[in-house]
Ligand binder design. Structure first.
Ligand SMILES: Nc1ncnc2c1ncn2[C@@H]1O[C@H](COP(=O)(O)OP(=O)(O)OP(=O)(O)O)[C@@H](O)[C@H]1O
Ligand SMILES: [Mg+2]
Length: 497
């Protein structure tokens, strides 16, 4: 038998305008975790889409257990034992949890009369969910679930096909710490069952905790495959970007101006009560807490995306009325959502349309939208944020995940907001681009924009914020400022129920 459960040899893939993969070869042993790392747009997801049968390669060969695979699609991949937890959640939102888990296999679960045997699929789904300590019920519709719960369902779906190879494309970006630990337990269990695992992540900490080897991609080429025990984060990052990167955060504010935003008694029926806070000029305010603590709800309530009592909101000392989100935007309060797929981007539209959609006045001459102005504006932001694309006339869904995230940031920046609320702004963004975004936020703040950051990444909160409000179970647990802002202090508040 082949020593490797998987060999991918000399894989090449070109999209119009981009060579996404150039002669890439990787191999995977049974019971091994191979981490796949690289900057946004390096080709990680494309390589895995080729393996998972959603993209066909232009050249190269794939061997599973030593046997060469002909050309195949997603069904072929599943039959060959390849499971895939995708970067962008791909569930059918109108179907139930159990239906999603057993999707594509529902015909195997029939009653004697030929109907789908719901009792059985719900029962089996329940067992998996219990295994994950999940409170989700098999009969719930996917659309009712939070992103984190949808993610768990996707993981279960892959595990339930009895795969030989399991691919995780940034699985932890929307999981709570507890869920991450649970996932790691599961991965270790799968490892001991001789399943080969490919794990894509931008978080070095996870890569080093989990992997046996690390394959580094840069610009579609394999730079090197390293033994994890023989290298460190610096070694990996410098190979990823071809230079070394400082992980420093920009210096914090020393002087604050007057209050630019004053929120008092913000409440939303059964979601949260009586949340009050102020934001000063020159200050970055953080909302911390575990995933699900209610931070997104408070931000949505403030911006009119959620029904809430907004009677007392002042912007630059003046009371403002926000009936809905477009009122908020008119006032200069914008919200960068954590859910870019459902709420944030028009995936089927061009990059230039996405970036300029929020401020059409900026690209209109007379009555008409000027194509030239659209292109110029979009290109300017693509350069500023280092967005990897071949042309601004590309559709957004042809960009890599991290680059889509940057388009969202660009789109709201273009409105020149007074208050910019960012929910998980650097999720899925590589280390280099992350510090670019951080520097930019600090510059905006210094120039007078009020910045509020919601983040589950404690290092980001601690590194960026001048003041932090900590939430737990829809309540504000406390506030930390200045020198008191430390991971430990925040964690204590975030977990004190
Ligand atoms: N359908 C497509 N059409 C055109 N270009 C594409 C398409 N899919 C991917 N690309 C391009 O191929 C390159 C590699 O993208 P890929 O999604 O593999 O990157 P990635 O390493 O997964 O990045 P990230 O960390 O941001 O998820 C990018 O430049 C991307 O824009
Ligand atoms: Mg990707």
């Amino acid at each position: 038998m082949d020593e490797f459960v998987l060999r991918m040899e000399h894989i090449g893939k070109t999209f119009p305008g981009t060579k996404a993969l150039d002669d890439v070869s990787i191999e995977l042993r049974r019971g091994e975790v191979l981490a796949l790392v690289g900057e946004n747009g390096a080709g990680k997801s494309t390589l895995m889409n080729v393996l998972g049968g959603t993209e066909s390669p232009d050249n190269g060969r794939i061997f599973i257990d030593g046997a060469e695979m002909g050309s195949y699609g997603t069904t072929g991949a599943r039959d060959a034992g390849i499971g895939f937890v995708h970067q962008e959640l791909s569930s059918c939102l109108h179907m139930t949890v159990a239906e999603n888990i057993f999707m594509g296999r529902l015909h195997l679960y029939k009653t004697a009369l030929g109907f789908t045997d719901y009792a059985r699929i719900n029962g089996e789904a329940k067992e998996y969910l219990t295994m994950f300590s999940s409170k989700v019920r098999p009969v719930q519709k996917m659309r009712e679930l939070k992103i984190a719960d949808q993610q768990v369902v996707e993981i279960i779906k892959s595990i339930s096909i009895n795969c030989k190879i399991l691919i995780f494309d940034e699985p932890t970006s929307s999981l709570t710490e507890k869920e991450v630990e649970y996932l790691f337990d599961i991965i270790n269990r799968l490892k001991s069952q001789d399943i080969g695992i490919i794990y894509i992540s931008h978080r070095m900490e996870e890569v080093f905790r989990l992997s046996d080897r690390i394959a580094v991609l840069r610009d579609g080429k394999l730079v090197e495959t390293l033994k994890t025990s023989g290298t460190d984060a610096n070694g990996v990052v410098s190979r990823m970007v071809g230079r070394s990167i400082s992980e420093f955060y920009p210096p914090k504010s020393r002087a604050f101006g007057p209050d630019i935003l004053e929120v008092e008694g913000l409440s939303s029926r059964n979601l949260f009560q009586n949340v009050s806070f102020k934001l000063k000029k020159g200050e970055i305010l953080g909302f911390s807490g575990l995933v699900g603590a209610g931070r997104t709800e408070v931000a949505s309530g403030l911006c009119g995306l959620l029904e809430a009592d907004r009677r007392s909101i002042k912007l630059n000392g003046r009371r403002i009325v926000i009936r809905n989100y477009s009122d908020a935007i008119k006032q200069g309060i914008v919200y960068l959502t954590e859910d870019r797929k459902a709420l944030g981007l028009f995936l089927k539209l061009q990059v230039k349309k996405n970036i300029t959609s929020t401020n059409l006045k900026g690209v209109t001459n007379g009555f008409f939208i000027s194509n030239e102005a659209e292109i110029r504006t979009a290109a300017e932001y693509a350069e500023k944020l280092n967005i990897k694309l071949s042309t601004v006339e590309q559709k957004v869904d042809s960009l890599s995940g991290g680059n889509q995230q940057k388009i969202m940031v660009a789109k709201w920046l273009y409105t020149a907001p007074k208050i910019f609320i960012l929910d998980e702004p650097t999720r899925g963004i590589d280390v280099g681009a992350k510090s670019e975004i951080h520097n930019m936020l600090r510059e905006l703040c210094d120039a007078g924009t009020g910045i509020i950051i919601i983040s589950s990444e404690l290092t980001e909160i601690v590194g960026m914020c001048d003041r932090v409000i900590v939430m737990c179970e829809n309540r504000v647990m406390g506030e930390v400022t200045g020198g008191d802002i430390a991971e430990e202090t925040i964690m204590k508040l975030a977990t004190a129920v």
